[in-house]
Design a protein around this ligand. Structure first.
Ligand code: EPU
Length: 347
């Protein structure tokens, strides 16, 4: 087992934050994972599981063992008339996996094309786009449970998937995701309900065309992390009560919104941020992207403190104007490598 010391994580997180880890190891097998967890126990180090680094905010120093999950593999587990179940290694690149499913004529994940990151992170915040959430196509998740100290498979129903949430996000230090088992459809079931996706797809209603249109829409407004370091949507779309929504709509009749099944209303955070004057605006080297105000960009080597200054200012201004508190989507790590709560900035 080769633990590396003092490792720079800048190229391993898509916001490109400078962050030096005291201990780091890249894991290719279950045996190596067990050895690494034992090492962390012996050294009294916290463990931080690193996947694609596309949804995390890292401090400048992390005194913990970073376990960089790189377990590969695509295996077919099951097949019936309707579906195929596949076991996918946590270290597979998400977008490549989506493209591969389309070449295999498997339906379901096309709306989730071009999302950055790896397969193992997809259940954690139940990644979603264009009317589909990954939880809709997960059969089960194979994990190592660090509390029960054993491997187990968690059925999708027990993962408690909801909007950008799951038990893995709820209890971040407990489970190490090793494989994700997907149940994909053999017959066409294209989800075209979101925004202008239906128009973009037009008459060519194939999985490949749907996937290509999703890629085109994303490329037209979401910055490429290699050019403009970012973590995708920086805030969740807030969900408020119908009563609060009616009051908001009285004052702002054009607010984009989506009715939820539980009588609540989801509001487009990008619109709130744009109305608060932050679209294309920067504070120092950090700002909200000029084509999609929900995406925070690190324009020039900013550190976490600078990033925080900017998003606190955005939260503040949105709260002043709309009395709505925006909740950051990425997880925030402290110097001990533990996930901590974001400060909620109101005034
Ligand atoms: N809007 C603005 N100004 C902006 C951005 C958006 O007015 O600067 C308005 C748009 O005009 C539209 C509405 O807000 O009416 C929604 O915008 P969009 O379709 O771009 O989607 P979003 O709600 O901003 C969410 C997800 C994205 C996902 C898209 C498409 C969240 C937090 N974000 O964004 O997910 O790709 O829908 O489904 O739910 C991510 O999580 O990292 C992510 C990129």
């Amino acid at each position: 087992m080769s633990i590396e010391k003092h490792v720079q994580l800048k190229s391993l997180n898509t916001l490109s934050l400078n962050s030096v880890a005291s201990d780091y190891i890249k894991i290719e097998s279950i045996e190596a994972l067990i050895l690494a967890l034992t090492y962390a126990d012996e050294q009294h180090l916290n463990v931080l599981i690193l996947s694609g680094g596309s949804n995390m905010l890292l401090p400048e120093k992390v005194n913990a063992l970073i376990i960089h999950m790189n377990i590969q593999g695509i295996e077919q587990l099951d097949e019936d008339d309707q579906s195929i179940t596949l076991k996918i290694g946590a270290g597979q690149v998400w977008h490549d996996f989506v493209l591969w499913t389309t070449t295999q004529n498997l339906y379901g994940l096309q709306n989730l094309a071009l999302i950055p990151g790896l397969v193992g992170a997809s259940p954690v915040q139940n990644i979603g786009a264009y009317g589909v959430e990954v939880g809709d196509f997960i059969d089960s998740v194979d994990v190592y449970d660090r509390i029960e100290k054993r491997f187990k498979s968690i059925l999708a129903a027990d993962c408690h998937f909801s909007y950008r949430h799951s038990i893995f996000k709820q209890d971040p230090n407990r489970f190490v995701i090793i494989y994700v088992n997907f149940k994909l459809l053999k017959n066409a079931d294209l989800k075209l309900g979101y925004g202008d996706l239906k128009n973009a797809v037009g008459d060519e209603k194939t999985a490949l065309n749907l996937q290509n249109q999703v890629i085109k829409i994303r490329q037209s407004k979401l910055p490429d992390p290699k050019e403009f370091p970012n973590v995708g949507s920086f805030f969740k779309n807030p969900v408020i009560s119908k009563l609060d929504f009616e009051a908001l709509q009285d004052k702002f009749p054009h607010v984009p919104h989506y009715l939820q099944s539980n009588d609540q209303v989801k509001i487009a955070a990008g619109w709130l941020i744009e109305q608060a004057g932050w679209k294309g605006k920067q504070l120092g080297h950090v700002g909200m992207f000029h084509k999609q105000a929900l995406v925070l960009v690190n324009y020039a080597d900013a550190n976490l403190t600078e990033v925080q200054k900017t998003y606190y200012a955005v939260q503040h201004d949105v709260f002043q104007k709309f009395a709505i508190l925006l909740e950051p989507e990425p997880v925030l790590l402290n110097e001990q490598g533990l996930i901590t709560l974001h400060h909620l900035i109101m005034e």
